[in-house]
Design a protein around this ligand. Structure first.
Ligand SMILES: [Zn+2]
Length: 104
């Protein structure tokens, strides 16, 4: 979901260019910068606003994990879900990566 450009950059600067859920450095390079997103803590469909207090800088990976989690209305509960998903996905990724690299 998009927010006004001015607000987007305001949130980006406030959160120092780091995904607030996983810590990814979104200014590390142009690819990570392009993966920057802004998450609504309280979804707009649930009455959340586009004000910076309701917005958090994150990466598209974390944002994607939260798209169906509008019932989680605090930063802490949203971060817990992302961290749980990261642990599961990272072990899957390690196995998958080995398989792919073996075929090179
Ligand atoms: Zn992230």
């Amino acid at each position: 979901m998009t927010v006004p450009e001015k607000t987007w950059y305001q949130v980006f600067r406030r959160d120092k260019g780091l995904c607030q859920y996983c810590g990814l450095d979104l200014v590390a390079n142009f690819s990570t910068f392009n993966a920057a997103a802004v998450d609504h803590i309280i979804a707009k469909s649930s009455g959340g606003t586009d004000k910076p207090e309701n917005l958090i800088l994150c990466c598209t990976g974390c944002n994607g994990m939260l798209t169906r989690s509008n019932e989680l209305k605090t930063f802490v509960t949203r971060k817990q879900l992302v961290q749980k998903n990261h642990v599961e996905k990272e072990s899957w990724f390690a196995k998958f990566k080995r398989e792919v690299v073996e075929t090179r």
